[in-house]
Write a protein that binds this ligand. Sequence first.
Ligand code: DAT
Ligand code: MG
Length: 149
Amino acid sequence: MEKTFLMVKPDGVQRNLIGEIMSRFERKGFKLAGAKLMPVPQGLAEEHYGEHKEKPFFGELVEFITSGPVFAMVWEGEDVIAAARQMMGATKPSEAAPGTIRGDFGMIVGKNVIHGSDSKESADREISLFFNDGELVDYQKDSLSWVYE
Ligand code: DAT
Ligand code: MG
C-alpha cells in the first residue's frame, strides 16, 4: 500500500488543528502508520525543503517550519499521495477550494497549515527524513474491508 508523509505545520499546531486534520484523514479511509509531535531542527528543515533552496522565500520557509513544533504523520492507502494533496488544497490558501484543509483554515502562502508529499519519490525521502523504521507500525485494520473491495 502506498504511503505519504503529511505534517501539520507550526501554525496548525498553535491553532489547535491537529485533531481536525487527523480526523479528516481518518474519516476518508487512510490508515495511520506513525505520528509524532516534534520540533524541526534547522538541518532537517533545510534538507526537507532542499528543492526550494534557490527560491527567494527559502529563508522564511525554514524559519517558519522551525518556529514551533510540527505534527509529523505517515498515512497509508490506495493513491494516498494524490488523495492527500487533493484534501490539502492548493499551495496558496487564496486559491485552495473550500472543503480543503488550506481552503478552510489558511489565509496566506507563508502559513498554509499543512505539508504533504507530492510524489512517490518525495514521500519515500520525507518519510525516511522524519521517521525511523521502528516508529512506523504495520498492523491489521479490519474496518478497511468497509473502505476497499
Ligand atoms: P506545497 O507545500 O503545496 O507542496 P511547494 O512545495 O511549492 O508547495 O512550496 C513549499 C512551501 O513553500 C509552501 O507550502 C509554502 C512555501 N511557498 C511556496 N511558494 C511560496 C511563495 N511564492 N512565497 C512564499 N512562500 C511560498
Ligand atoms: Mg511541495
